[in-house]
Design a protein around this ligand. Sequence first.
Ligand SMILES: [Zn+2]
Length: 376
Amino acid sequence: MNTLAIIALLSTIVLGFWILLIRPSIHDESSQEAYDTSDEQRVSALLRGIHHLLSDKPTLALQDMVEVARLRSESTEVYMALGEMFLSQGEIGRAVRIHQNILARPKVPQPLYIQAHFALANDFQTGGLLDRALRHYQKVLDVQSDHLDALIASLRIREMSHEWKEAESLLSHIERLQDQDHSLHRAYLWAEMAEESLQQGDYTQARQYAEQALQMSDDCIHAYLIMITLELDEKNISALSQYIDKMCDKKEDYLHLLVPMLQAEHPELLMQCWQRSHNHELALTWLETLAQEKEHIELEQNISIKPKHLRESLRLAALGKIADDCLIQYAQTWRTSMKRYHCEQCGIDVVEMYWQCPQCHTWGTSVLTEQYDIKE
Ligand SMILES: [Zn+2]
C-alpha cells in the first residue's frame, strides 16, 4: 500500500474515531453503561488498526477495521474506508458487497449515494466488469452531470471497449467542463471511427470520419493514413501524393508506416518520400520488408544509408550487411524484440506502435526511440 493511500485511510479512521468518541455523549444515561463497554472495544480495535497500518501490515489493519465496523454497524464512513481497503487488497467481491449494502440502506443522502456508486463503479472497473462499472458511473452522472472523475473513468472504459462515438461525446463534455483543448485526442477518436468503417468496407463513411478528424486537428497522422488508403483504392495519385507530402511536413516518425501500403504498387511514391525526407526509419523498414525479395538489391543501390547509431548498424547487420556471423545472429535476435517506439508523455518504450499509449493512454505521443535518443 502506498503512502498516500495510508494517509487517506488514516484520515478516514481519525474521522471514524471522532464519530465513535463524540457521538455516544448525546445518548441518554440509561444506555451509557452499555456504550462505555462497546466504546472500549471499538477504540481498542481502532488503535490496533492504526498501529498495524503504521507498521505497514494492511492485512491485519483490515481485520481490525472489520471488527470496528461490526461494533459500529451504522457508521457509513467506516464502511467506505473498509471498502477501499478491501479493494486495495484485491478483495473486489467484498468491496462490492460493502458498497452495495450502503446503497441498500433507506434514505441514503445524495453525497453518500454519489460516493458509493462511484466506489462501486471503481470496484467493477478494477475487476474488469466494464459494463457494470459504466452503469454505476452513469448513476453518478445522472445526479451530478459535471462529476469529472466519473466522466474521465467512463471515457477510459469506452476507449477500452472501442466505443469511439460514445468516447468522443464524453470527451467533448470533459473539454467543455475543463475549458481545455482536447482536439488532437478527439481527432484520434474520429480516426478510429474511420478505421472501423474502413474495416467494414464502408469507404464513404470512412472518408467522412477521416475528414472530420483532420478538421479537428491536422496533426492526426492516423487520419492521413486512412485518407491515403482511400485515395489508393480510388487510384487518385495526385491526392495521394498531397497526403504523403503533408505527412512529411507534419511528423516524419510515421513515414515508415507507408512502406506496407505503397511498396508493392507504388514504389516510386516511396522513393519520392525518401528523396524528400531521407528518413532512415523509412529506408530501413523498406529494406527489411524486401529482405527476401530480388528487388532488395536494386533498392540498396538506390538507397544508401550510413547508420547514425548502433541501433541502425545492428538493423543493417540483421539484414546480413556485416560479415560477422555471430553479430548477425545476435542482431537478428535483438531485432525481433527491439523497442522501437517511445511515449513522449510517460516515457514507456514499446515494440509495437500504438496510436494510444498502452501505459498513460494519451493519444499521438508515440515517437521513434531513435529520435528520442538523439534528443537525449
Ligand atoms: Zn504514455
